[in-house]
Structures are given as C-alpha cells and as structure tokens.
Design a protein around this ligand. Structure first.
Ligand code: SOE
Length: 392
C-alpha cells in the first residue's frame, strides 16, 4: 500500500484554491510513489476556512499555523500566504522537520530569502525537502521549450525577451488590495509577475541573470481601500490610501554566457490578461511561448531550407510531451490549473526519491536578488547593477 504524505496548507485565498486543485487531482492522474493527503487547511477566519476546506477537499481546518506545523501527523507544509509571512512560516516548518512548498516570490526581501535558503540547506542534511512555487515552469509547453533548448535546437542563445502583462489594475478606481502594499507583498508587478518572467527565462535557457538595468514606476499612487474581496480585486470603499508598490517594471539583463535579455512586468497593459510571454533567439532558431495560448509553442528552425522557413506552431498536446501522457488522448488540450498538479507530482516524487526538487529555495533567493538589483538600478536612474550572488 502506498504510504501517505500528509499535507497542511497555510493560506486560503486564490492560490490556496489553485494548490488544493493540484493536490486533489495529481494522484488521480499520475501514479505517485506517495499518496498526498489533504489533512489541514489553515486560514485566518475560522468560519471561512472551514467552508473553504469543505469546498476544496481538506479533512480539517484550523486558524493556528504554529500548532499545525508542530503536529506529528503532518509531513508537508504548503505556504500560499502573502509574502510577509513566508519566511516565518517556512523557517518554523523546516525546523519542525516538515518538507516545504512555498509560493513565489520566495520572500519580500533578500534578507528573508537568504534566511529561508539557509534554513532549507540545513534541513536538507536531515532529509527535509523544499521548493518554490514557480508553477509556470510546469506548463508542458514551457517545459518542452526548456528541453528543446537543452538539446541544442536553438544553438547558442543570443537574445531573450520575457514579459508578464496583465491589466486588472488599469482602472484607477480598482481597490487597494494586499498586492498593492509593500509591507505585505514586498513589491508590485515586479515581484508578483516579473518574478515569473525571470524564473521562466532562466529555466528555459539554463542561464542566470548577472546584471540588470531598469526602471520601476507607480502609475496610480492612491486608490480606494478594499471593501469586499472578489478574485484578485473586489469592491471599493469610500476611504483612500497610498499604493506603496510599483505598477510597472521594465529592465534589461545580461545572462551568464553573454546573452542579452529584456523584461517587462505590468498590471496596466490594457487587453493583456495573463500574458506571460517569452521569446528566445539562438543561432539555429527561435522559440516563443505565450501563457494565453498555453498548449502551443512557436518554433522557427533557421536550419530549414530558405524556402521553407517561418515560425510554425507546435501543439504541445501529445503523450510524448512533458506531463501530457497522464491527461487526455493525444491532441486534447489542458489549462491553467494543470500546472499545479504537475507541481504537486514533481514535489511528491522528489520527497519519495530523496532528491532536491527545483526551483529550490536557493533558486528563489537568486530571483529575489534579481528583483532587488532591479529596484536598486531604478533608484540609481537605471544604472547597470550587479545581481549579488550567494553560493548555492
Ligand atoms: C496576480 O497578479 C497573479 O495571480 C499572481 O500572483 C500569480 O503568481 C500569477 O500566477 C497570476 O497572477
């Protein structure tokens, strides 16, 4: 009989729903070496958390994460709270001997991320695993892009363009939620969605950013405070308060190996809903991925005869593609939520096999260092700024 892996999830918002879906569905489609058990959901409000636990499939609910992470019948702590509590919960969970999955960005500051990476490194020596939830790496088309690049199909990588564009804040009357408060979220578009663009560009190319030059800007500096939450946003109250994070971040980057990269993160790009787009150009060809068309990749083969060249669409829906054999018959597409099942599957497999899953907390610390370097560059009027590097 497969041994159980008992999970406590801390946080009961939008990401809580997405991770719940991942834990619930993964064992029904993938043959996992351990059986994930959705044991306890932890939230702030007892009634709302109990109701969410029932809806999403958790056996119990609680409002006391400290008590839950000390329990002997919990093996994994999954953190889906706003960034201001990641470090405290993750470090306590690692010290309690629990495997930890933590949502991105890893923390709100480099100092917090470094403490988390250090805690993960010492817990590793006792067999405790940790991972950051950069879920989009696990969209099959994104994973397949990485595989194509790793096998040399693009040749030497020369240029990368990565952007994550949304528009849910373009209305100046949209209310101020925690994602617009520096003390809760750490930063704005830069950390919330720019972090995904950084991670996916580095994941696909296998290269890391070493220097950046950029600008971050707040377009709407004051908003009505939130009255009632709905999705990412909600209804506005009468009171107004200052937005303390960036709305837009634009930056250039230099990857190790020499390639140049450009990045954009914005929640003001009217008409762009969830456009995480990456285009990578190499000596032998190019690849383009767009999360708004998640089942496809655009591929340009520069070695084809001149008369046959042009971008072509690869439908990443075949059983030979990463993760796809577990889902539907060949040719059938999947969506946003499947990345969370792939994340759950990879995490469970890593725990069972006693190997370290990626992205690690060290990877999360590196992304935090990039975010920090972009902010420092912007403060210095866009000057090129080195990304501090911690030893892995
Ligand atoms: C909101 O901008 C958000 O939900 C991010 O917080 C997520 O990380 C991203 O996956 C989608 O957009």
């Amino acid at each position: 009989m497969t041994q159980d892996l008992r999970i406590a999830m801390i946080g009961a918002g939008f990401m809580g729903a997405a991770h719940s879906q991942g834990w619930r569905v993964a064992p029904r489609f993938f043959d996992l070496p351990l059986a994930p058990r959705m044991s306890v959901l932890v939230g702030r409000d007892a009634e709302r958390t109990r109701s969410a636990a029932d809806t999403w499939g958790w056996a119990e609910s609680s409002v006391d994460w400290r008590e839950v992470i000390e329990r002997d019948d919990i093996d994994v702590v999954d953190i889906v709270t706003p960034g201001d509590s990641h470090a405290e919960i993750a470090i306590a969970a690692l010290e309690a001997g629990k495997h930890v999955l933590c949502e991105k960005p890893l923390a709100n500051t480099v100092a917090e991320a470094r403490r988390m990476a250090e805690a993960a490194a010492s817990a590793r020596s006792t067999g405790v695993r940790s991972m950051v939830g950069f879920t989009y790496r696990r969209v099959p088309a994104a994973t397949f892009a990485r595989d194509l690049i790793a096998t040399g199909r693009l040749g030497e990588i020369r240029q990368v363009r990565a952007e994550y564009l949304q528009d849910w804040l373009s209305d100046a009357a949209a209310p101020l939620t925690w994602r617009l408060q520096k003390e809760r979220a750490g930063s704005g578009a830069l950390g919330d969605i720019g972090a995904h663009a950084i991670d996916i560009a580095e994941f696909m190319t296998g290269r890391r950013l070493t220097r950046v030059a950029g600008v971050v800007e707040t377009i709407v500096s004051e908003r009505p405070v939130l009255a009632e939450r709905a999705g990412l946003s909600g209804s506005a109250g009468a009171e107004r308060a200052a937005v303390t994070v960036d709305d837009v971040a634009l930056f250039l980057g230099r990857l190790d190996g020499g390639a140049l990269a450009s990045f954009e993160a914005s929640r003001f790009r009217t008409g762009r809903k969830n456009a995480l787009r990456v285009e990578i150009s190499g000596a032998l060809g190019s690849l383009a991925f767009d999360l708004e068309s998640p089942n496809e990749l655009q591929f340009y083969d520069a070695t084809a005869p001149a008369t046959e060249q042009g971008f072509r669409r690869i439908l990443v829906t075949e059983p030979e593609h990463p993760y796809m054999s577990a889902w539907w018959p060949a040719g059938h597409m999947i969506g946003y939520e499947h990345g969370f099942s792939h994340q759950a599957k990879d995490f469970v497999e890593a725990v069972a096999a006693s190997h370290d899953p990626r992205p690690s907390f060290a990877d999360g610390l590196h992304v935090q260092q990039v975010l920090d370097a972009v902010t420092r560059s912007s403060d210095a009027d866009g000057v090129w700024t080195g990304v501090d590097a911690d030893p892995d």
